[in-house]
Design a protein around this ligand. Structure first.
Ligand code: ADP
Ligand code: ASP
Ligand code: MG
Length: 403
């Protein structure tokens, strides 16, 4: 079997943990498998590098950020390969341009476009364990790019797809995907299986246990994906096309603090003004999420939408600088907001789901700000300080029905 094994930052946070991971990979290799290992940066390295850059500038050059952030993964793969060699196994580390793994040029949020497998195959053929940097790629200018926070999961799935691996295992600090973040909701339950579709919603709505693009890619290339713990041997969660599990009303609750709310007031009440605003944002690669539009008493239009928190300052500057395009508008940004969502295939077919979610929020005294729904989710924007309370309240409301 060819197996891709990915370990996140907390699983390789120090040399003892690196030894533990090395042993685990070596065991798999000794069982006769071909093993490709994908690693994140050690512990909180990426956060530390981001903070350091933040001391220099509020908006550092995105190219230079990638040059900086990619160093974290290079440290962990080299230490891992050294550890394996010390344990008597043939291993080699490779970074993105050595593979090579090509991306587009959207620094800090690059998309993988193509992976050449020749080098990895050659190393596997000579019986080595191949240890590859997660989270990074190289673009057409030979610059290093990164795939966005949590992107090592996507590297692992992309390699599994390109190499036609039999299995992609994502090892982390929890033993599977739960009905809500088990660190916030203590009585969350582990799901033995989850569909790609539900996992994609979960990940997009803030359950950072998997990077959302990795789930998208796993579905597209039909990669067999398992989430499990690097600390114990528990079974984990299988992410697949269809599950045998009985359909619950919802499959879980997700929370996301990494959002900011932007309000653009005083817009002309015509279709063109909305188009101009959205066009401006999309030309800068900004993803907007929950959006509402309201008409004011004075006949102007207000557009409110959420974006990823790190993009807020850039968007505020952009909208202020492009005042001419938008007319005489008033821009307000708010950072202390969060999203709480219920996810599950049962959402659209059960009219009671929204009522139950809002009953739980109301009982907890939590007011909602913006609401959006899709076939398989309901999302409410609330105060950031109330997110954990909201997740517990909503989870408990539905958990009562799982008993
Ligand atoms: P890694 O460093 O291994 O990539 P992450 O921190 O990115 O790990 O993801 C694992 C974390 O995801 C867990 O520690 C947990 O707090 C969080 N998490 C959020 N939602 C969920 C969920 N539904 N199930 C399991 N873990 C979750
Ligand atoms: N090291 C990167 C991060 O912290 C990538 C990852 O861990 O997946 O976001
Ligand atoms: Mg992660």
């Amino acid at each position: 079997m060819l197996v891709v094994m990915k370990f996140g930052g907390s699983s390789v946070a120090d040399l003892d943990k690196i030894r533990n991971v090395a042993e685990r990979c070596i065991r798999k290799w000794k069982e006769g498998n071909r093993v490709v290992v994908v690693l994140s940066a050690m512990g909180k390295t990426t956060d530390r590098l981001l903070a350091q850059a933040g001391e220099i500038s509020k908006m550092p050059s995105r190219r230079e950020m990638d040059m900086l952030l990619a160093t974290g993964e290079q440290v962990s793969v080299s230490l891992m390969a050294m550890t394996m060699i010390q344990m008597g196994v043939t291993a080699i580390s490779l970074n993105a341009w050595q593979v090579p793994m090509y991306t587009n040029s959207t620094y800090q949020n690059a998309k993988l476009k193509r992976i050449d497998c020749e080098r990895i195959r050659k190393e596997l053929d000579s019986n080595k364990i191949v240890v590859v940097t997660g989270f990074q790629g190289v673009n057409k200018y030979d610059d290093i790019t990164t795939l966005g926070r949590g992107g090592s999961d996507t590297t692992a799935v992309a390699l599994a797809a390109a190499l036609h691996a039999d299995l992609c295992e994502i090892y982390t600090d929890v033993d599977g995907v739960y009905t809500a973040d088990p660190r916030i909701v203590p009585n969350a339950r582990k799901m033995p299986e989850v569909t790609y579709e539900e996992m994609l919603e979960f990940a997009s709505l803030g359950a950072k246990v998997l990077h959302n693009r990795c789930v998208e890619m796993a579905r597209r290339y039909n990669v067999k994906l398992v989430v499990k713990s690097s600390m114990c041997e528990a079974e984990g969660t299988v992410v697949k096309e269809k599950t045998k599990m009985e359909k619950m009303l919802i499959s879980g609750v997700a929370g996301d603090k990494n959002i900011a709310k932007i309000t653009v007031a005083g817009m002309k009440d015509d279709p063109e003004s909305t188009f101009r605003l959205l066009n401006l944002l999309s030309s800068k690669g900004v993803n907007i999420d929950v959006m509402i539009q309201s008409l004011e008493k004075d006949g102007t239009k207000t557009l409110t939408f959420t974006v990823a928190k790190p993009d807020m300052i850039m968007i505020e500057e952009l909208l202020k600088n492009e005042g001419e395009i938008l007319g005489n508008v008033n821009i307000k940004c708010k950072e202390d907001v969060a999203k709480v969502s219920v996810v599950g295939a049962g959402v659209s077919s059960n009219p009671g789901v929204a009522a139950k979610m809002f009953e739980a929020l109301s009982n907890a005294g939590i007011n909602t700000n913006m609401v959006t729904t899709s076939e398989i989710r309901i999302t409410a924007v609330i105060k950031e300080a109330e997110l954990e309370l909201a997740m517990r309240a909503v989870h408990d409301r539905f958990a009562a029905e799982w008993e």
